[in-house]
Design a protein around this ligand. Structure first.
Ligand code: PMP
Length: 392
């Protein structure tokens, strides 16, 4: 038996728990204030049109639906981006953000051979390690999370990145770092990008939460700075699972940036070869939904509004949680307002997490990671009281 996935295992325990007041903060999905996974109105409209039209279900090209990859490039790099004007980016549709990471890892491993090494933030999303290790990469941690401040160890991060061998692939979370919620600001990103360039490192940006913290453009700061940096090669994996609430439709993309149009064409051919040997071509439905929304000015405006509502709800839950904990006399949780996205490294110990589950039916990861996007006005008070109690 292979070991079970710790996050999915926790959800199984939660589902089997008979207590009616149970709360699952272990998940990695956004829920609305009623605790449901939203179905975005913009997406519904495209879907209704697809059902009406009943177009044939042929295969997509190996690199995906052209309208989808073109719209994706504009979201990542910004409309009118110099990288796009120069034809430097090769973007392909993938099976979610995870598929983008895996196809990117496989392709790079083929090119880099025995030298393939990935530097990864400590900590990072567990599947990052699994994907790159399985693709044959050697992994090295770089310092990232600073436990005493529940913030960023920026000096440690720069020091560790500065010691990497040229050519090392550096995995960077564009925004809403999973699992900590701790992000770099624009000034820090500029410093990191300068260092990556100086040390000849290969940036691989994972952007699974664009629009979940500050907005579509601000959350893409890392990508935009890389595009303007003069660095010839970098990679972006992105996902629409969260930003379109389309988790099960598996919508993601992989973009390789080359020095020029010719290199981008060579990169595209390599990525297509990797995809062909993996799963031949991607699934059509989710890509049609995203392309339909992004391709219509009205639906795009509606989506941006729905995305804004999601991030504002997360901000409100963070603030409400911090305020309630302060009112209950708990230790200071103000750092939760500085952290971004769906997750927070709460600083709760494994023992406190165990007590939350056993005594209060509140489920969180043993690392102390909680999903603040699973808090609602209905459960906020209950969760804050329970957290205050286990901190006493
Ligand atoms: N990267 C990060 C940092 C993530 O948190 C996730 C989703 N949990 C992904 C990639 C993968 O996204 P998808 O579900 O689209 O495969």
């Amino acid at each position: 038996m292979a070991p079970g996935d710790p996050i999915l295992g926790l959800t199984e325990k939660y589902l089997a728990d008979p207590r009616s007041n149970k709360v699952n903060l272990g998940v990695g999905v956004y829920s609305d204030d009623q605790g449901r996974l939203p179905v975005l109105k913009a997406v519904q409209q495209v879907e209704q049109a697809l059902v009406r039209d009943q177009s044939p279900r042929g295969y997509l090209p190996i690199d995906g639906l052209p309208a989808y990859t073109a719209a994706t490039q504009k979201l990542l790099f910004g409309a009118g981006s110099a990288v796009l004007e120069a034809g430097r980016a090769a973007t392909v549709q993938t099976i979610g953000g995870s598929g983008a990471l895996r196809v990117g890892a496989d392709m790079l491993k083929q090119v880099l051979g025995d030298k393939a090494t990935l530097a990864i933030s400590n900590p990072s999303w567990g599947n990052h390690h699994a994907v790159f290790r399985t693709a044959g990469f050697k992994l090295i941690d770089y310092r990232y999370y600073d436990a005493p401040t529940r913030g960023l160890d920026f000096a440690g991060m720069l020091e560790d990145l500065g010691k990497l061998e040229p050519g090392t692939v550096v995995l960077l979370h564009a925004c809403c770092h999973n699992p900590t919620g701790v992000d770099l600001d624009a000034t820090q990103w500029a410093q990191v990008v300068a260092l990556l360039k100086e040390r000849n490192l290969l940036p691989f940006v994972d952007m699974a939460y664009q629009g979940f913290d500050k907005g579509i453009d601000a959350d893409a700061t890392a990508v935009r700075l890389l595009a303007d940096s003069g660095i010839e090669n970098f990679v972006v994996a992105n996902s629409y699972s969260k930003s379109f609430s389309l988790y099960g439709e598996r919508v993601g993309a992989l973009s390789f940036v080359g020095a020029d149009r010719d290199e981008a064409a060579r990169l595209r051919s390599k990525i297509k070869q990797t995809i062909r040997a993996n799963y031949s071509s991607p699934a059509a439905h989710g890509a049609k939904l995203v392309a339909g929304v992004l391709g219509s000015p009205e639906l795009r405006t509606l989506w941006e509004q729905e995305l804004r509502e999601m991030r504002e709800r997360i901000h409100a839950m963070r603030a409400g949680f911090v305020d309630k904990l302060a009112a209950l006399g708990a230790p200071d949780f103000g750092f939760i307002n500085q952290q971004a996205g769906m997750f927070s490294y709460s600083g709760l110990s494994k023992e406190q997490v165990d007590r939350l589950r056993e005594e209060h039916a509140i489920y969180a990861l043993s690392s102390g990671r909680i999903c603040v996007a699973a808090l609602t006005t209905g459960n906020l008070d209950y969760v804050a009281r329970a957290v205050a109690e286990v901190c006493r």
